[in-house]
Design a protein around this ligand. Structure first.
Ligand code: ZN
Length: 409
C-alpha cells in the first residue's frame, strides 16, 4: 500500500489530552481519534491492529469449538428486570426510552440477552453443551474515563458463554476457556498473570482474573519478588515469609463459573434424559479487547514511538523510498513480499527522509526497509529491526528468507 494514498495522519506534537504512554502514542501515531472522553474511533491503522487482535481471539475460540455470533447492543430493560441486575448495574447503564415510551439500554454486558436466546432455542440436553461468543461494542457510563481505551465509556469486548447440563460439563468448558485465554494473551505478547478472584456483580461461585502489571493499573495485587507469586491480600508470602509489596495491575480478562444464577432467575431450563426440567449450568468469559489493544501499546514502545510485536502491527513492514526514481522497484519488492504473505506500507511521499523515518517510527511496524543510493548501485536493501535496533543489508532473496525465519513461516 502506498503511504501517499493511505488515510494516515500522524501528529508532530504530543497530544495534550494524553494521560499515559499508550494513549499518547496511539493518538500521535494516528491509530485512534478521540471523539470525547472515553469514546474513540479506530482510524484505519488502529483498525488493522484491532483486527489482528480479533483474529488471534477467533483462532483460539475456534480451536475450542466456540461459535461466534453477534448480539444486539440495544436491549429492552425487561430482560434485565428478570435477573434484577438492572439495579446492580444501574449506575453504569445507559438507559433511555424509545418514542413509544419503552425502556431500553445500551448493553453493558450480555448474560441476560444470551440466556434469552438459549431459552428460546435449546430445549433438550441433546443440544448441550454450547459455547457462544461475540466481539462487540459495549457501553458503561464510567464516572472517570481514563487512559484512552483502558477505562472507556464505549469499548470492545469479547464475551463468551457456555451452557451445560451438569457441573462436570461446566468444569470442562471453564478449563477450556481458561486455556484459550492463556493462549490468546501469550500470542498477544502480554506478560500476564491469572489469579482467583471475587466474582463481584456477576455472582457465581468460582472466577479467575487475568491481569497485566503496569503503572496505569487501577487494581492492586501483592507480590513476592523472591517467589514471583501474586496474592490478593497484603501480608507475608506463605512460601518464604517475606513481606509482600503492592503492584498496580490492569484486568484484561475474567472467567466466571456462573452455575445456575442467571438461568434460575427466569426459569430458563431444558429437559434432561429422564424428562426432568433442569436449569442450564452457565459460564461466562470476557476479554477486554480494546484494553488489550492499549496494554500491548503500553509495553511495546521506545523513545521514537510504538514497536508492535510481529503479527499485531498495522503492516509487517514499512518501506522507506529515499529516491522517487526507485518507486517501480519498491512496487516490485512489495509484490514479492506480499506473495509471501507480508504486508508492506511503501512511503512514496515527496517528503524529507527525516519525516519518513519519523512516521515509520510512530507507526511502529516491526521492520523498516530502506531503498536509496545503495539500491541504485547494487540492489542492496537496508533493514532496521525496530525492537533490537539492528541494521542489516540484504538482496531481495536474502531479505525474504530472513523475514520468513523471523515470522516462522
Ligand atoms: Zn516468597
Amino acid at each position: 500500500m502506498l503511504f501517499s494514498k493511505s488515510f494516515i495522519f500522524t501528529q508532530r506534537e504530543d497530544p495534550k489530552v494524553a494521560e499515559c504512554k499508550s494513549h499518547k502514542l496511539l493518538l500521535k501515531g494516528g491509530f485512534l481519534f478521540m471523539v470525547s472522553s472515553g469514546v474513540y474511533s479506530y482510524l484505519p491503522l488502529g483498525y488493522r491492529v484491532l483486527n489482528n487482535i480479533n483474529n488471534i481471539i477467533r483462532k483460539h475460540m475456534k480451536a475450542k469449538g466456540a461459535q461466534e455470533l453477534l448480539m444486539s447492543a440495544l436491549q429492552p430493560i425487561e430482560v434485565w428486570e428478570k435477573t434484577g441486575r438492572d439495579k446492580d448495574l444501574a449506575e453504569v447503564m445507559f438507559r433511555f426510552k424509545d418514542r413509544k415510551g419503552r425502556d431500553l439500554c445500551l448493553g453493558p454486558t450480555h448474560e441476560e440477552e444470551i440466556t434469552e436466546i438459549i431459552r428460546r432455542t435449546v430445549f433438550s440436553y441433546k443440544q448441550l453443551p454450547v459455547i457462544l461468543y461475540q466481539i462487540q461494542t459495549k457501553f458503561r457510563d464510567e464516572p472517570r474515563p481514563r487512559f484512552g481505551l483502558m477505562r472507556a465509556v464505549e469499548f470492545i469486548m469479547k464475551d463468551a458463554y457456555s451452557f451445560d447440563k451438569d457441573n462436570q460439563g461446566l468444569d470442562k468448558n471453564y478449563q477450556s476457556m481458561f486455556s484459550a485465554y492463556r493462549d490468546i494473551f501469550t500470542e498477544c505478547g502480554l506478560d500476564f498473570i491469572d489469579i482467583e478472584a471475587d466474582s463481584g456483580a456477576m455472582g457465581g461461585s468460582i472466577s479467575h482474573e487475568f491481569m497485566v502489571p503496569g503503572d496505569i493499573g487501577e487494581d492492586i495485587l501483592f507480590y513476592c519478588p523472591s517467589c514471583s507469586k501474586y496474592f490478593k491480600k497484603k501480608g507475608k508470602c506463605p512460601d518464604c515469609g517475606k513481606k509482600l509489596g503492592g503492584k498496580k495491575m490492569t484486568e484484561i480478562g475474567h472467567v466466571f463459573k456462573l452455575g445456575t444464577k442467571c438461568s434460575q432467575a427466569s426459569v430458563r431450563n431444558f429437559l434432561d434424559q429422564n424428562g426432568k426440567r433442569l436449569p442450564f449450568i452457565m459460564g461466562c468469559y470476557g476479554i477486554g479487547v480494546s484494553r488489550i489493544f492499549s496494554a500491548i501499546a503500553e509495553v511495546n514502545s521506545d523513545q521514537k514511538g510504538l514497536v508492535w510485536p510481529r503479527g499485531l502491527s498495522p503492516f509487517d513492514l514499512s518501506l522507506v523510498v529515499l529516491d522517487s526514481k526507485l518507486l517501480p522497484q519498491a512496487l516490485e519488492l512489495e509484490k514479492a513480499l506480499e506473495s509471501q504473505g507480508f504486508s508492506v506500507l511503501i512511503d512514496d511521499r515527496q517528503e524529507a527522509a527525516g519525516v519518513k523515518f519519523n512516521d515509520a517510527y510512530l507507526l511502529g511496524n516491526p521492520y523498516i526497509l530502506i531503498i536509496g543510493k545503495k539500491y541504485l548501485k547494487d540492489e542492496t536493501i537496508d533493514l532496521e529491526v525496530r525492537k533490537t535496533k539492528e541494521s542489516k543489508a540484504f538482496k531481495k532473496e536474502g531479505l525474504i528468507k530472513f523475514l520468513k525465519d523471523e515470522y516462522g513461516r
